[in-house]
Design a protein around this ligand. Structure first.
Ligand code: NAD
Length: 437
């Protein structure tokens, strides 16, 4: 006989004011250089500028308008440049914040480490799976340097709440995780506006193309680069990566062993080459499947992002930001009124009798109702950017290391390989070996 549920639901709710990183002392600051001050780089700028003990000294970008905007954002006078080497060669820059298109990530992180800098690198850690493996290994050569990948999903209070709920064992054996992130606007599909002054006069196109194949100037590509494989990995590396990073943390796992994918361009037929809809199913060695879904053609259903974790004793659901609810499986003693429906009357009544029921199948003593809902408060945490400064200042390990970035970005690239080859792809995260079949 199975056990009855004991609690209606457990709500983990993030509460209280956000904590703030305090500066160690007035005289010690971490000097920052920001490479890439476009959309994400501007957000990071605002965030780092608020961190006590961090000081932004310089900005690098390839578009004049964004450098002008950086000056507008800056709390102190800053230097600006289109050459990131100038940032790397400054002795007062302790750390660089890199928020450039993906095809530049691998090279810039390696050069920044070689120049002795700590590195905050935006997700996805690298543009392809070989680069993520290479970078993970290379980072070991630079002991004492902090490399933190920028997917905040790793360090949120909500992820911590989910991890605690799962670790409590209340879900039983988990066999499935389902995660979605849908949106249907042009902005959501990366069709960003092109500034009226965009030209080869205001943009250093040669540096943008950089390590990718030569290409004639195209402002559409410069501002909407996520739509092309040469610079991006599409929805998988842009959005799956966040889901995967958070999921690896709350499930306390490293990486999948295989994946299958389907996808295509179903809505945004605007010249892009990457899919605008993709669904991938990842298989984990711990014995569960995780499916990731991104649809840029319909934003409803998930209301942004959905996470459902299913175990044989409970289901954990992310309900908006900052709330995680655990619904125990309502498992009553196993008396089958439906399964025994076609039994002869006497046999069925005897079956009910043997299982604590009246001859009509109703309970002699009804099972105890579940206890009322229980609430558990989860404290807010330092921001992902504060954690980076804290790691540098206090000599702590990275809160989202290159190994973590490798596992998340590598998984997303594996999903892309499965989609592009139309094959199931296998991965050994430790050796980096990829195979198909
Ligand atoms: N963590 C998050 O939530 C999050 C959110 C958005 C974007 N991102 C990541 O941030 C990165 C940037 O995305 P974005 O939306 O800001 O793109 P963006 O196009 O708005 O900005 C990228 C900037 O990089 C600059 N750039 C390109 N090549 C350069 C080079 N060689 N040297 C100096 N600057 C160069 C461009 O001039 C551009 O301004 C991407 O990797 C993206 O995946 C992360």
């Amino acid at each position: 006989m199975q056990k009855a549920a004991t609690t209606a639901a457990i709500v983990y709710q993030v509460v209280g004011p956000a904590p703030k990183l305090k500066a160690a002392d007035k005289n010690s600051t971490v000097g920052l250089g920001c490479i890439g001050v476009g959309i994400r780089g501007s957000q990071l700028w605002q965030s780092f500028q608020k961190v006590e003990g961090a000081r932004i000294l310089a900005a690098c970008d390839l578009y004049d308008g964004y450098l002008e905007h950086a000056k507008e954002m800056a709390a102190n006078p800053i230097d600006t440049t289109k050459d990131y080497q100038k940032i790397l060669s400054r002795s007062d820059v302790d750390a660089v914040v890199i928020a450039v298109p993906d095809h530049w990530h691998h090279r810039m992180v390696l050069e920044a480490l070689a120049a002795g800098k700590h590195v905050y690198i935006e997700k996805p850690m690298c543009w392809n799976i070989e680069q993520t493996t290479d970078l993970m290994r290379a980072v070991d050569r630079y002991k004492g340097r902090v490399v933190q990948v920028g997917s905040g999903a790793k360090t949120t209070a909500q992820t911590a709440a989910a991890r605690a709920a799962i670790a409590s064992g209340a879900l039983g054996k988990i066999n499935q995780v389902r995660m979605e992130n849908h949106r249907s606007t042009a902005e959501g599909a990366w069709v960003y506006p092109i500034p009226p002054d965009a030209s080869e006069e205001t943009i250093d196109w040669g540096r943008f193309v950089g390590p990718s194949p030569k290409k004639a100037f195209d402002p559409k590509i410069f501002f909407r680069w996520r739509c092309w494989w040469e610079y991006s990995g599409g929805v998988a590396t842009d959005l799956f990566v966040h889901l995967l990073t958070g999921m690896h943390e709350f499930m306390n796992v490293t990486a999948p062993k295989s994946v299958v994918s389907q996808g295509g361009i179903y809505r945004w037929n605007d010249g892009r080459t990457v899919p605008d809809l993709m669904q991938s199913v990842f298989e984990y060695p711990e014995g569960f499947l995780a499916s990731m879904h991104v649809n840029l053609g319909n934003g409803r259903g998930s209301g942004g992002a959905t996470t459902i974790i299913s175990g044989n004793e409970g289901t954990l659901v992310f309900e908006g930001r900052g709330k995680v609810v655990l619904y125990p499986e309502v498992i009553l003693p196993d008396v089958q009124r439906y399964g025994s429906l076609a039994w002869p009357k006497a046999k069925r009544e005897k079956y009910f009798e043997d299982n604590g029921c009246n001859p009509d199948g109703s309970w002699k003593t009804p099972p105890a109702p579940p206890k009322p809902m229980q609430e558990i408060a989860i404290e807010r945490k330092l921001s992902h950017q504060e954690l980076f400064i804290q790691s540098i200042r206090d000599g702590l390990p990275s809160q989202e290391s290159a190994a973590v970035g490798h596992a998340a970005a590598g998984s997303a690239h594996l999903a892309n390989l499965a989609f592009r080859k139309g094959r199931r792809m296998h991965w050994d995260v430790k050796t980096g070996k990829v195979s198909e079949g």
